[in-house]
Write a protein that binds this ligand. Structure first.
Ligand SMILES: Nc1nc2c(ncn2[C@@H]2O[C@H](COP(=O)(O)OP(=O)(O)OP(=O)(O)O)[C@@H](O)[C@H]2O)c(=O)[nH]1
Length: 399
């Protein structure tokens, strides 16, 4: 399955070195595309049926309201003042981190429905609430749907009680909902030294794993992240959480890896533009610097567009693009008429490009040195991948 769709992504791509081996398969690509689409749809339907069976076997008596059904849900839990509302406000509502100092304590569950590429919801729980102790909570309605539980621990405070509560929560969940992913954010690590951060992470991990194995749970799906709202680590952590909710993520990664190979990109990211969470990247090792550059670049583009708006290319600019060395009409160069941008970073002569995929998603890539003159070919490849991505999300979008 993966390989057939991967084939699609590569089928129409043109190699920058000029030996366009795959060009002749373009025709074939068009016909096999339906096969790949059918295959992806079939697997998704199977997954959905399996999930529905899972949920049906634990059907809540009072299900959650209809508007939130079927949308992946992220639950933010943890002690009071651990930073849950700050995380949600900074990542999803663009609140400057310094303004979180003035956030009030959350008194009741805040449910946020976020229009994004997968329409997920974020539920922010008040720190003092213990859902398993409180009989008014419908646990089935809360955990019945797929999603992740994000447990926030304040690393600048005494974390023993937070870890103890987390242990109780994991044990309760493991018995009934072993498929729920538990993501532990060891948060507010901005003021801590690297050594101390790692010490804390090790200590918390051991305390949780020991408790779980004492109760016979060896492979519980618990992952740990070091986070802070004062740098990109919180976005990085959320990216990893969201990626686990994307069905067939491997296909997206394969498309981007293929694109990087054919276009000689150093790194490519598929971003959710509003939250700046990256939902997929190529197989090269992820590094914080390239993520930061790409994510800041999105901000630059958004700011420029907000100030100046967007406008069609002027005739003179168009002539320049259509002239030598390409000598081709712009349409034939497959450049998008809108929603694209390219900038050359001054250090190392590396162009960085951005191409919108749809209302929510953008592809951002850092190119290798001195590859600016290959832009028309790059555009052709990017266009093919963008079409592939659109089809992917068309099929996999939860309905
Ligand atoms: N240094 C630092 N402070 C943070 C960070 N994240 C949040 N804070 C601060 O932590 C304090 C508490 O944050 P909240 O978001 O209100 O905490 P909460 O978990 O929602 O608290 P409750 O609503 O009472 O459950 C605020 O003063 C934030 O500015 C972080 O990454 N680093």
């Amino acid at each position: 399955m993966d390989s057939s769709l991967r084939g699609q992504a590569g089928a129409l791509q043109v190699d920058l070195d000029g030996d366009n081996e795959q060009a002749e398969s373009a025709q074939a690509g068009a016909s096999t595309l339906t096969f790949a689409q059918r295959n992806l749809t079939r697997i998704l339907e199977q997954n959905q049926q399996r999930q529905q069976k899972n949920i049906a076997s634990k059907a809540p008596e009072n299900p959650a309201d209809g508007t939130t059904k079927g949308k992946p849900r992220l639950l933010l839990m943890g002690q009071r003042r651990s930073g849950k509302s700050s995380i949600s406000s900074v990542v999803f509502h663009k609140l400057p981190p310094s303004e979180t100092l003035f956030l009030e304590s959350t008194a009741r569950i805040q449910k946020d429905s976020l229009p994004s590429f997968m329409d997920f919801q974020v539920w922010d729980f008040p720190g003092q609430i213990d859902i398993f102790e409180n009989p008014t909570f419908d646990i089935d309605a809360m955990f019945g749907e797929i999603g992740a539980l994000i447990w926030v621990i304040d690393a600048q405070d005494d974390y023993m009680e937070a870890v103890a509560r987390l242990n109780v929560t994991i044990l309760n969940l493991q018995r009934t909902y072993p498929f729920i992913k538990i993501e532990v954010f060891i948060h507010k690590v901005d003021g801590l030294s690297d050594d101390y951060k790692l010490d804390i992470q090790r200590d918390i991990t051991i305390r949780i794993q020991d408790e779980l194995s004492d109760h016979g749970f060896e492979n519980a799906p618990v992952t740990f992240h070091l986070t802070s709202i004062y740098n990109h680590s919180i976005f990085e952590a959320f990216s990893k959480v969201i990626q686990k909710l994307i069905p067939r993520l491997g296909i997206l990664e394969a498309m981007l890896t293929n694109l990087c190979r054919t276009c000689r990109f150093e790194k490519a990211y598929l971003f959710d533009v509003t939250s700046k969470i990256y939902i997929a990247t190529d197989s090269a090792p992820a590094d914080m610097t390239s993520y930061e550059i790409c994510s800041d670049y999105i901000d630059v583009i958004i700011d420029v567009t907000e100030v100046y708006g967007s406008w069609p290319r002027s005739d003179k600019y168009r002539e320049g693009l259509e002239g030598p060395p390409w000598s081709q009409k712009l349409e034939d160069q497959a450049a998008s008429n809108w929603a694209e941008s390219c900038m050359v970073l001054s250090d190392g002569n590396k162009p960085i490009i951005l191409r919108e995929v749809d209302r929510y998603l953008a592809l951002v890539a850092i190119m290798k040195e001195d590859s600016y003159d290959k832009i028309p070919l790059v555009n052709i490849n990017v266009e093919v991948v963008v079409q592939g991505l659109k089809e992917f999300f068309d099929i996999t979008k939860p309905r």
